[in-house]
Design a protein around this ligand. Sequence first.
Ligand SMILES: [Zn+2]
Length: 485
Amino acid sequence: MNTRGKTVWAALAAAALAATATGCTSHDTGSPTSASSAPAASPTPSLNFQAGAAGIGDPYYPTYGNGGYDVASYAIKVKYDPKTNRLNGDVTVTASATADLSTFNLDLRGMTVRSVAVDEKPATQTRTGNELVITPDHGLATGVKFTVRVVYDGVPGSVTDPEVGKMGFFHTADGAFVVGEPESASLWFPVNDHPQDKATYDVQITVPAGLTAISNGVQGPQQTEAGWTTWKWSESKPMASYLTTLAIGDYRVVNSTHKGKPVVLGVTKQLAKGAADTSMSHTVAIADYLESVFGAYPFDSYGGVVVKDDDLHFALECQSRPVYSAGFFRRGVNDSVVVHELAHQWFGDSVSVKTWQDIWLNEGFASYAEWLWAEHKHESTAQAIFDNVYKNSDASIWRTPPAKPGKKELFGDSPYDRGAMALHALRKAVGDKAFFEILKKWAEQKADGVATTDEFVTLAEQVSGKQLDSVFQAWLFGTKKPAKP
Ligand SMILES: [Zn+2]
């Protein structure tokens, strides 16, 4: 995520987006609703079958995600009518039980659930806050593969964080789009909403003919029938739920291929053709540079979408299709934000956080990529940027450890700027050769998975052959300004 539209070192676009992010903590609890689907046979749980946990175990967000199963894939079919803002959804989740389950949860905010079936048999469902609690007509034994089909509809909503602003499902004049972190998926489909449970996605979006509908991954065949067009997208690499996106409306779309992979670049027609289009057109060149530093580009497609809504103040690294607020390009071409979101394709998307407290593994790396890009373009050096940030950062950055920022500072300056400084301090400690080998190995070893700060520390020590406790303690965990390396 990029909420700033600026870096400390480059005044460029500094005022373009006034928002400085400090956390992502506001959540609409919604009003609990309860509804039952078609009458199901009474569950006959064995004594050992128990309810799956209502959270996946994230210390900052205990109710995010769910326990007891692992999702392999989502097949999402939605129909959206911009005239009414209503979305009709029909989602099939394919998962495996990781415990003996009598009931289990999916995350879903708002929306009205019309029916739930497990393995094609009607199941009982209740709503508690943002949890959809599902009781199948039979217990699910550990290791068993099962499907859950949920049919639902409603007007999808958003949440507002006092610092980051509005996120989730945005209804625009010409359509809608979805963007939000740490979670946005549960606002428009039932999901195990946490990066720990990555899955593949097939997304079908039916919209009035004439509108464009973009999502993640590779585009499939398009169908138009009775005034409605169905767009098909598929992301075949495991994806964290918050990286799913949807952009519906009037877009200028440029399709091409790069290294045999499709490139999909979209800019809302609410913007006159200009800086946003030019910035998007730099996507593959920037991805190629990052590939030279981080290793092979991790996904099967490239892209980017520029959306416009006065309440959107950030860009997000949606997998293979980052979403940028139009505001980033208000003052001209902005490569830095593209570098940031594309760097996340490696760090954040392919290598995802196991728990949200490790957010610096995403934001420190994406911020450092901007420094590397400036060095690559001979605009500055990583050292000069480090010196500037070290000298000019607000005192709060030194009180906030990037590897344990606390929920309120999740998207504050520390995981971004001090996270990048931590990487630069590591680079100084181990030398360029070992440093860039660490970055490449990290991207390779953890590809398509989740990772922790401890694992990064271990890898850095392995590759460099150095004991690095003091470096990481000072830069990632300390609460005082470290000595300049
Ligand atoms: Zn970011």
